[in-house]
Design a protein around this ligand. Structure first.
Ligand SMILES: *[C@@H]1O[C@H](CO)[C@@H](O)[C@H](O)[C@H]1NC(C)=O
Ligand SMILES: *[C@@H]1O[C@H](CO)[C@@H](O)[C@H](O)[C@H]1NC(C)=O
Length: 558
């Protein structure tokens, strides 16, 4: 038959057309109007002023002051000096047209001894009053976290911190004071930021630096969940009528994808990964109790170890009904994804949260890994996590409270095209999730500024704005992603591919001039020269040399 070749050709043409259409429509429609675009940070990471105006010490002050805990023995003592730069920072937000700003209140800054009846530090209150007022004057909604890891140090010393059930009432008193003083202007409250306390109570890499493997984190989390519920009830009974706000929590969660999607054991292991991560906190708040897999696995391992009771604490029936339904919205902090496979850990070799899960985490070496060691860019994982949350917890209202990427310390450059790429890919997956019917109300780029990254010190930069930490004034310089994110905000999403390319072009123009400004900063020290000038020069030189070498090789071959 002479026309035999037409059929395959037609299929090919059709395939190409489909591909073209897919490329053209790769960007999904914008989120509904009223969607809020913002950025965030937290008290200890940005404020500095650690001992100013009557502030008490937090566990992070104490931890960072110990040598050998933080990369290069750095501390958050000064950090971005955010405490003294409210006006400057708000003008940065204003310039980007942010609709909201997420920050946290330092508990020891307003209650230096941690306890409300003992001493209220009015100067600390005034700082947050001023911040909130200035945000509102600029039409930026404050989203306020009550606990972003900076427990008053004295509570750690006197009570053993979150290991002690007394924290529930003390935290409730602190929260109640915040509702009383700020609640007439703040409508969005986050009780806890990422209470996945593993680093503080399991591995000891974060404050308070305890290594209570397989026990301490479960106990701390138990008290944190109760404290969250108590604060929600306090708001609900005492303030909601007057203040009409919302109380939620912000949970971090990686997505876990089975290595082998046809292997039931991998599928279950991946589900366990997510349940031990986000489900640990979300399931009690939405359904009243820990995920069944956590109860099963930790219970079984505890029994094998000859313990009389599970290392996972138990809620009473009364507590379960008190805790269930105490989330007006769910905050989600998301950065990355892991492949998961089943792996048995014999129970004889000591306890640990990590071995309780019976799984192993893997990454695909082809995933882009632009910043922190753990942060692989896997945008599709974000959409899956958001859909998981919708399905598991009855389609709750979601605020994306953290999403972003860091950069490697060397070859630092304000033209951060990998960050623009990350935002583009992750925001696009979030928009797809909205199309899937996930009820997402806000997106928070993490973070507004480069800041103190916990045990990593200043070596990982998440900011839209570069902060020159060597300069006492901590000047801020916009990276290209500032301009890029600003365009996303003003278009409420992505208009089309062509527009996107022009955004990128424009953003790159702005960053080259910022690069020059940064290079011209007269306070750059000798060390500064090494990272700011010598390293980029060396990078450029080595790229040039490789190019010449390649050319040489190619010519020889020809
Ligand atoms: C940090 O402090 C420890 C203990 O004093 C010391 O051994 C180490 O060299 C310090 N590191 C740096 C980078 O200064
Ligand atoms: C909790 O703190 C109180 C008051 O300091 C103390 O009496 C009690 O022993 C502590 N409980 C635990 C489990 O540490």
């Amino acid at each position: 038959v002479p026309y035999e070749w037409i059929a395959p050709l037609l299929t090919k043409v059709a395939g190409l057309c489909l591909l073209l259409i897919a490329v053209l429509f790769a960007f999904v429609s914008p989120p509904p109007s009223g969607f809020s675009w913002g950025a965030g940070g937290s008290a200890y990471q940005t404020e500095g002023a650690w001992n100013v105006d009557g502030k008490g010490m937090s566990i992070w002050d104490a931890f960072a002051h110990k040598k050998g805990k933080i990369f290069l023995n750095d501390t958050g003592d000064f950090s971005c000096e955010g405490y003294h730069k409210v006006k400057d920072d708000i003008s940065l937000m204003k310039d980007m047209n942010l609709k909201h700003y997420r920050f946290s209140i330092s508990w020891p800054r307003i209650l230096p001894t941690g306890i409300k009846n003992e001493n209220i530090n009015e100067k600390g209150i005034r700082y947050y009053d001023d911040l909130i007022n200035k945000l509102l004057e600029n039409k930026i909604t404050p989203i306020v976290t009550l606990y972003h890891w900076d427990l008053p140090q004295i509570l750690e010393e006197k009570y053993r911190g979150w290991q002690n059930a007394s924290m529930v009432n003390l935290f409730n008193d602190f929260a109640n004071l915040c509702f009383e003083r700020f609640g007439n202007r703040v409508r969005h409250w986050i009780t806890f930021n990422n209470p996945w306390v593993m680093e503080g109570y399991e591995t000891g890499e974060h404050a308070p630096g305890l290594k209570l493997r397989g026990v301490g984190a479960y106990k701390a989390a138990h008290h944190i969940i109760k404290a969250h519920a108590k604060v929600w009830h306090t708001y609900d009974t005492q303030w909601r009528n007057k203040q009409k706000g919302l109380v939620g929590i912000s949970l971090s969660g990686d997505w876990g994808e089975p290595v082998d999607i046809s292997n039931q054991r991998d599928i279950e292991a991946a589900e366990r990964y997510v349940q031990f991560y986000m489900g640990w906190f979300a399931t009690p708040l939405f359904n009243g109790d820990y995920p069944q897999v956590m109860k099963d696995y930790i219970g079984r391992k505890s029994a094998q170890q000859g313990l009389g009771a599970s290392r996972l604490p138990v809620f009473t029936a009364q507590e379960k009904s008190y805790i269930r339904g105490t989330c007006d919205f769910l905050g989600i902090g998301h950065f990355t994804t892991r492949y998961i496979t089943q792996k048995n850990y014999p129970s004889g070799r000591g306890n640990s949260y990590f071995t309780d899960r019976d799984l192993a985490e893997l990454v695909d070496p082809r995933w882009p890994d632009p910043g922190s060691e753990w942060l692989y860019s896997v945008p599709w994982g974000f959409r899956r996590l958001l859909n998981f949350v919708k399905k598991q917890y009855g389609n709750p209202m979601i605020y994306v409270t953290e999403n972003g990427v860091s950069e490697k310390m060397m070859c630092t450059d304000l033209c951060d095209d990998w960050r623009m790429q990350y935002f583009k890919d992750y925001i696009n997956e979030m928009l797809k999730a909205i199309k899937d019917g996930v009820n997402i109300k806000a997106y928070t780029a993490w973070s507004l500024l480069d800041k103190f990254e916990w045990d990593e010190g200043y070596s990982e930069r998440f900011g839209l704005y570069y902060v020159d930490f060597r300069d006492k004034n901590k000047p801020r310089y916009p990276k290209a992603s500032v301009q890029y994110y600003k365009s996303i905000i003003s278009s409420n999403g992505f208009p089309n591919q062509r527009e996107l390319e022009s955004w990128k072009g424009k953003a790159i123009e702005t960053c080259s001039s910022s690069n020059q400004l940064l290079a011209a900063d007269p306070l750059i020290s000798h060390m500064g020269m090494v990272t700011e000038i010598v390293v980029p020069t060396m990078c450029t030189l080595s790229i040039l040399l490789s190019a010449v070498f390649l050319m040489f090789l190619l010519r020889r071959r020809l």
